[in-house]
Write a protein that binds this ligand. Structure first.
Ligand code: NAD
Length: 268
């Protein structure tokens, strides 16, 4: 088996939930880390708990100068792995901010990391099972948005934050499909992960606000939420050479939630 890509592993949203879990797994696997998050205090605490070489970059991924800051923090080192977890759920912001952070900032991030991706490296973007529930009805409109500046045009389809979340995450899934040839030309890969309902601060907040989510969990094949590590492990796997032929696709990690929904819809 070939060695993992050389370079630094970048994790966004590293101060909480699945990003923190991914950072821990990568550190234990010996990757040098650049951990990124908006919350400077929690980011420093997370970094302090991890073994090995750990650097941090605090900042808002939606800030106009974020890419420049990331490039400066890399200081010429190639990226061996990127796990992009930073994001906002429906109860956290209004539709405009959700589209901006989850989709426009992700598009900018992909653009700024591409020239730094090492041979054999992988970028993993966090989408959501909401992207699967969204279905393909708006794919043409979402795919027509090719620049971060054009993302607010999707507001016509997102009157409330739940819709904005689903459209933003569908956009992430489509972005991965579109960008995979450019990553492939560099000998790099890009994929997305769509978690179901995960026991993180975000997952708990959504669950408290929308009791229907408890029903979704109970009706899923595994009838439970996931621990953040169960999803982070898949993201880390995608960044290894064992996953060397996986690119341009989405991996659904939802305990069989979508499968049971589709099954129930088929039965009528
Ligand atoms: N938890 C779930 O049930 C669930 C389900 C499906 C998808 N997801 C997705 O998985 C990803 C990780 O979710 P989580 O549950 O670990 O969330 P979380 O809220 O526990 O952690 C997210 C982290 O991202 C950071 N962040 C938010 N906005 C940022 C910004 N603008 N700039 C920099 N950092 C920012 C937060 O400070 C936080 O530390 C998200 O993209 C989320 O949409 C989560």
């Amino acid at each position: 088996m070939a060695e993992n890509a050389k370079g630094i592993a970048v994790v966004t949203g590293a101060a909480s939930g699945m990003g923190e879990a991914a950072a821990r797994l990568l550190a234990e696997a010996g990757w040098p880390l650049l951990l990124c998050d908006l919350n400077q205090e929690r980011l420093a605490a997370t970094a302090g708990r991890l073994p090995g070489q750990v650097e941090t970059l605090a900042g808002d991924i939606a800030a106009a100068d974020y890419g420049a800051g990331l490039t400066a923090a890399l200081a010429g080192r190639p990226i061996g792995a990127l796990i992009h977890c930073a994001g906002l759920s429906p109860t956290m912001a209004d539709p405009a901010r959700i589209l901006e952070v989850n989709l426009a900032a992700t598009m900018r991030l992909v653009e700024s990391i591409l020239p730094h991706m090492a041979q054999g490296s992988c970028a993993v973007l966090f989408a959501s099972s909401a992207a699967h529930m969204q279905g393909a009805a708006l794919d043409e409109a979402i795919n027509a948005v090719r620049t971060p500046e054009a993302v607010p045009s999707l507001m016509q389809y997102t009157p409330e934050s739940g819709a904005a979340y689903s459209v933003s995450k569908r956009g992430v899934k489509l972005l991965v499909e579109r960008e995979s040839p450019r990553f492939g030309a560099r000998g790099a890969r890009i994929a997305s992960i769509s978690p179901g309902i995960i026991d993180t601060p975000m997952g708990r907040q959504e669950m408290e606000t929308h009791p229907i989510m408890k029903v979704l969990v109970e009706k899923s094949a595994l009838r439970r939420e996931a621990r953040p590590e169960e999803v982070a492990a898949v993201a880390v796997f995608l960044c290894t050479q064992t996953a060397s032929f996986i690119t341009g696709t989405d991996i659904l990690v939802d305990g069989g939630s979508i499968a049971t929904m589709v099954g129930a819809a088929r039965e009528g």
